[in-house]
Design a protein around this ligand. Sequence first.
Ligand code: NI
Length: 395
Amino acid sequence: MSYYYVVPPRRTVVVRRIALAALALVLGGALLASYALARPVTVEVDGSVVEVPAGAVVADLERMKVFKAPPGDLIAVDGTVAKRGGGAPARLLRNGQPANPAERLYRGDVLISRRGADVPESLEETRLPIAYETSVRGKGSLSTVTRAGRPGVQLVKRGVVSHLVVDSVVLVEPVDEVITRSGPKPGAKLVALTFDDGPWPGFTARVLDELEKAGVKATFFMLGGQVKRYPQIARRVAEEGHLLASHSLGHKYFSKISAGQIKREVNGGRNVIRAATGVTTNWIRPPYGAMDVEAWRVVRASGAKVVLWDVDSGDWRKPGEKVIANTVVKHVTPGSIVLMHDGGGDRSQTVKAIPILVKKLKAKGYVFVTVEELVNAKGVTKAPAARAAAANRPK
Ligand code: NI
């Protein structure tokens, strides 16, 4: 029996073995390389061991917030810190050399951080307004703006962040506002009775009855809150020909509340009176007569006209109707504005004082007018408006 045993050519066998070995080498190398690539890298950061993924760069360590040194500060123009950490970032060293954030990390790298440099804030030039002052001059129950205020302008060089000024030049000087107080000065013997803090149930009606009997028109400084509660009384005051005026919404000290609150008090009082009576009034008497410079500004900006008084009847002390009447009669001069009350409590003494003081003042030649008539009667030397005269005719 015979058979063939086919032997491949020797050259072919050698080629195959080399190919196999090469393949094994390539595969093994790739395996090793991928193992090395995937293996985390251990480095030292500011004395601590930190492990980062293979292929990580310096910037990755920054994102991990493992460096201990802080950035520098932003320094204001006066040398204080304007913004902590607002300066240059921390300096990073890798193996003793400045580190580049994009550099790849290798096992055993030593990284150290150093506090960043402080940076001075930059300067800017800007124009700022210079506020004007308001001064109140003189005395008297009325006020007018005798000089309008105007803000000035200054050119300042200042720190962009701290806003601390290092240099400034005034370009335009401010003009201060002047409010001058004075009393009405009619040449004739005119006097205005005014009643505050109403409408008040009971007493406002009795005051109206007495005024009607005496033929006198007066001015009522009403509180918005009271008008809301008793709109029908407010309407009666208007219907009987008296002047409606505001005493604010809630009787707050204007000098103790904010500008925004003063505005609400002024506008609120006026709005409530308008809603209840249809009368739009621009006359206002601030509660307690308390006005500071800010209050003057706010009230003036609202268009309201401030009315105080020069004769305080003292009726709020309740000294008896005779004392009230005598106080008024003694102090009234031509153009006087008399403070009395129809609201705020028991006003029966005020009610009883009205006929007494009206009779005595009429005997002295006085004519009773509203505040508006009094203000408009500036310089009037003879009998005032026909309406006032007619209203004052005894009945
Ligand atoms: Ni009052």
